[in-house]
Write a protein of this length. Sequence first.
Length: 256
Amino acid sequence: MNNAFVTDQARAMVKRTDFRMAKTTEDRVNVLMRRVLQREARANEIAMMARFVDSAERLSIRSLPIWQYGYGPAEGTVEMFMALPHFAGNRYTFEPQFPSPQVGFAQHTRSGGHPGKHSGFSSIRRLVSPENMTVRIAGLLHRPSDRGDGIRAIIKINGRPIYRKVIQTGSTKTVCDPQAIEKGDVIDFVVDPIKTSTSDGYRWTVSIEQPDDAKKIALQRWHSAEDFAGPPPPPMTAWEQAAQALLMTNEFLFVD
């Protein structure tokens, strides 16, 4: 029951006019109860639902996605990162028109991407750390073309460079020493077009692992290509969660 279809139905119920017109918590609970269970709510159910909504609102924390896809100055600060807002099935870009008149060929794909017109529009693939840990970072960068002036690859943690290399053509490994990071820290994988972005399409797959050296295993692993996905759906509101909870009750399963 906890799938996209159910969450879509829960969101739809909260968007209905009768729910939006309800003024009190009791009215809102009854709108949902009539819609899902085809009856009025009992007093204890109204109180229970009110506590549920209050708790959901207090506990609601909108965490950032692990991976983010954007652009910004190659030597910029963490705050200068700008997300590429348009996703077209297999790539993130600045807008539907491609290349963009404003930023050029800036894009992120599963295996790599392309920086924008100049260093101010460098491509930045960002990982947001979900917890305190030590990680190992390794990858392989490939620029197939020998045209133009090459690209500069930079890996940063909270804006501090830990790796930097210029590649004209061909492949290079991008490996860093183990790094201690904290929850909320950002690891940026930056591709700077240097002076010109001519033929600066690249492939860059990276792996970030939390190792257990004693057991010689990776406790956790994030991979830029394997994890690539479109934007996540918006988090459910407290009332949407309440509607979903009703859809998951045994009583709903046996409504005639």
